[in-house]
Write a new protein. Sequence first.
Length: 209
Amino acid sequence: MRLTEFSYVQARLQARHGSSPNAATWQALEGSRTAAHYLALARSGPLARWIDGLDEAGDAHRVERHLQACWTRQVDAVARWQPPRWQAATHWFGTLTALPLSDAAQSAGQAAARWLEQWHRLMPADAGDRGLLQQPAVVLLPRLAGSGAGRRASVEPERRALLNLFRRHAASAVAVFAYLALSALDVERLRGGLVVRTLFEPAPAANPT
């Protein structure tokens, strides 16, 4: 793996990472009681690009479709910034968020193993340490495969691990995949906040007659 291949993409990723939501952003969002207020706060901060074009009238399915489309566009952009020989593996990484994983440990493990096997096949022949390259996916997979309770748990352990990979392996494919995994955590958290508020916020009070 030639590090000079990733000089351009690293500069772009650093700029994007520098504008990522911080703990204060999430704390403010999670204090919102309605989808409308949540969206208004998100539009005023670093998550705005993920919800551009999404209005308060959208149902939960529309939220899901919108965020998946935004995620796909981000993965496509990151792939374009990279050398052509890495683009197929990057596009495949983007499918991780749609991987059909169940709560059953055995079937989830099998699905993850098949996904990783295909990812390895798409990497360049001289990609280097495959174990290191797959670490961002290994960190992210349990979060995606978790039950509802697991998905609501703090993402800080995963975020710390991914940030460590992003910083220690700058200007490499490892940093690219770590960045995408960090973005996937943000999208999952944003999706959860919007869907819950869309589905369960109190109905408007009836007008008195």
